[in-house]
Ligand binder design. Structure first.
Ligand SMILES: CCCCCCCC/C=C\CCCCCCCC(=O)SCCNC(=O)CCNC(=O)[C@H](O)C(C)(C)COP(=O)(O)OP(=O)(O)OC[C@H]1O[C@@H](n2cnc3c(N)ncnc32)[C@H](O)[C@@H]1OP(=O)(O)O
Length: 314
């Protein structure tokens, strides 16, 4: 995600993603306006369809090795990065949304906790959407992907696989009980049925089935985790499309992704107001950063991994 300066005399149509409706030979919609010999593009060459890139995509231009010190000041400012070179401006904003929301929700909860539709665990959006949150995130991610024209989809599949794996290990199964339940039990938590610890209470799901009370340990907020984890994944996949402001950004597919992101944000705010302690929500948020940090912060800085995962926007 570093700013890139490609010599585009041989790469006239590099773009992060291609719209299938754009004819071959049409002007490149996702390159910087006012192209210069040192035109700036967003996206890895691995994502580019060779058809649209004039069969030059295979020549894998590495954005880090190609960064030109001679890049015009106006363009380099446009792609300025912040905080140890981790964030572009848009990424910093997206990243900040979630800790701010957790803090805001927690602040509201201290002031007052009004009884509303969303204070009920049985509310429609919780039961249908968040409780099946990875399913919906997957569907919406597919909706985003089907309109992209990507020459080598392995990177995209691997990014989804890693993100899914971390969700699975943390919330569903980690060689037995999921990580979030192991942390709860390891910090002194038990499943109390009546006044006795239950033997079926090795997982929060098992405890619920035994009509027990999951109590005593550090109960990391699964909602805080899932909503942060899924949102950062979707944001980082869609940001290159949004920041280019091309035709893809106006497609219904983009709007569907944004609608789910809005719902995830709202539900995180509700979690902030009505559920868990502040520390449990903060640790949920931190755990929700792990695969994002790996895929979108570490991977782009290791050339081999960067090529393997072809992270968009990098
Ligand atoms: C050219 C290509 C073309 C391709 C075309 C292809 C087409 C293909 C078509 C189709 C393919 C489809 C493929 C799909 C594949 C999908 C794969 C999957 O992913 S399947 C898995 C789905 N499973 C999930 O998604 C589970 C997600 N849920 C979880 O992980 C957990 O439930 C989690 C982490 C969300 C929460 O766990 P907690 O609820 O037990 O724990 P806490 O968050 O700590 O909450 C404690 C209590 O507080 C409430 N709470 C917290 N925040 C709340 C809030 N905001 N509102 C209400 N209640 C809240 C909770 O409800 C909970 O209550 P209480 O214990 O249940 O009674």
């Amino acid at each position: 995600m570093t700013s890139t300066a490609h010599s585009t005399s041989s790469l006239p149509q590099q773009q992060p993603y291609s719209d299938q409706s754009i004819p071959v030979g049409a002007p490149p919609p996702y390159t910087a306006v006012d192209p210069t010999p040192e035109e700036t593009t967003i996206g890895t060459s691995d994502d580019i369809d060779p058809e649209l890139a004039g069969n030059q995509a295979g020549s894998a231009v590495d954005s880090e090795t190609q960064s030109s010190p001679a890049m015009p000041a106006t363009q380099s400012n446009l792609h300025q990065r912040y905080l140890f070179n981790i964030f572009s401006f848009e990424e910093a904003v997206v990243f900040a949304i979630y800790p701010i929301t957790v803090c805001l929700g927690s602040l509201v909860s201290v002031i007052s906790q009004p009884d509303t539709y969303f204070s009920s665990k049985r509310n429609f959006f919780n039961v249908i959407f968040v409780k099946n949150g990875w399913f919906w995130t997957t569907i919406v991610f597919l909706i985003h992907c089907v309109r992209l024209r990507i020459s080598r989809p392995q990177g995209l599949l691997m990014r989804y696989a890693i993100t899914t794996l971390w969700w699975y290990l943390f919330t569903q199964w980690f060689f037995g009980a999921p990580l979030m339940d192991r942390i709860f039990l390891g910090t002194g938590g038990t499943c109390q049925v009546g006044d006795r610890p239950s033997h079926s209470g090795w997982t929060s799901v098992g405890c619920r089935h035994a009509a027990g009370e999951w109590t005593g340990g550090h109960d990391i907020s699964g909602h805080s985790f899932l909503l942060t984890h899924a949102s950062l994944f979707l944001w980082y996949e869609i940001l290159p499309v949004l920041t280019e402001r091309g035709p893809l950004a106006r497609q219904i597919n983009t709007k569907i992704v944004m609608a789910l992101l809005l719902l995830w944000w709202w539900m995180l705010l509700m979690t902030g107001i009505y559920f868990h302690s502040f520390l449990e929500k903060v640790t949920g948020w931190i755990m929700g950063l792990i695969s994002w940090a790996m895929l979108y912060v570490v991977v782009p800085r290791v050339p081999l991994l960067k090529r393997l995962f072809s992270v968009p926007g990098v």
